[in-house]
Design a protein around this ligand. Structure first.
Ligand code: HEC
Length: 261
């Protein structure tokens, strides 16, 4: 058990990746991917018992403090599916007429249904504030006041502006995100934003930020804009509020943003 956990720590070297707001979700997914490695060598039953031991170890290792209560260790349907299905066909969620791929698609669609457009129809905010949110890895931990907004922790996984030297590589580089997708000038940007509700790039970017699992059901990217059905992920609301997501939209898509230099 110890050696699996040590193996997993290799992926946690950037900017305190294992601390802060994504710790519990990520820890569970890292641990389960490690037990998957074990399962391919030793068979399904061993894997189940390794998973159970892993979970009880995780539960025993945490104590509730501040807003970080233990209910965040309980997985919702999407997380359960992704923890058990990656290498192992868990029959419990399958019916005779549902294949694993169909179930993945069903869960992806459930995530897609949680995405809502901005209430005032405006998808953009301020790219400078967006950059601060992308750099900020605080939020949802026991020492954060529950009423203060969380950060997005984006640099932990993505390269974004070229001036930031320290970034993670779990996610693809987002440097020149809009430029590489055809938004090269203020005019292009104005045109796209006038048709925000139908523009494919704006809709895709908004959707990924609101709920990444609507695109790739088992992505490690957190679901930033939706309230999940267990309490802690919500804490009265999603990780980021609507204004913060708008600010990140500007960071990624506005041609004046350092991302698109
Ligand atoms: C824990 C790692 C992680 C964090 C934190 C994270 N992402 Fe991601 N992100 C990913 C991964 C991995 C992908 C690749 C897509 C996938 O897995 O389906 C991705 C994909 C994306 C994409 C789509 C890229 C493309 O080329 O289609 C965007 C946009 C994005 N992330 C923006 C953000 C922003 C903005 C933040 C901060 C609010 C953020 N991400 C935080 C891991 C992360």
């Amino acid at each position: 058990m110890q050696s699996f956990i040590q193996k997993c720590r290799v992926s946690c070297s950037t900017k305190g990746l294992c601390s802060g707001l994504i710790a519990s979700t990520l820890l569970l997914s890292l641990l389960s991917s490690c037990s998957w490695t074990q399962q391919t060598n030793l068979g399904i039953d061993t894997d189940r018992s390794v998973q159970e031991k892993t979970l009880s170890l995780v539960f025993e290792s945490f104590e509730p403090k501040g807003q970080a209560e233990l209910d965040r260790l309980k997985q919702d349907r999407t997380q359960q599916f992704c923890s058990t299905q990656r290498g192992l066909k868990d029959q419990s969620q399958l019916t005779q007429s549902t294949t694993q791929d169909q179930l993945a698609e069903q869960i992806r669609l459930e995530n897609q249904a949680l995405i809502t457009p901005p209430k005032d129809g405006n998808y953009f905010g301020d790219f400078k504030r967006g950059e601060l949110i992308a750099q900020d890895g605080r939020g949802k931990t026991w020492s954060d006041p529950s009423e203060s907004p969380s950060g997005g922790n984006c640099y932990n996984c993505h390269r974004i502006s070229k001036n930031e030297l320290s970034y993670g590589t779990l996610g693809p580089s987002l440097y020149q995100f809009a430029k590489l997708r055809g938004i090269n000038s203020a005019k292009d940007f104005a045109q796209a934003s006038q048709n925000s509700s139908t523009d494919p790039l704006i809709q895709y970017t908004w959707g990924v930020l609101m709920n990444s699992k609507a695109y790739n059901v088992c992505t490690v990217m957190p679901r930033f804009g939706v309230t999940l059905n267990h309490k802690t992920q919500g804490h009265g609301g999603p990780i980021l509020n609507e204004q913060q997501i708008k600010d990140l939209m500007s960071l990624l898509l506005d041609p004046r943003s350092p991302v698109n230099e």
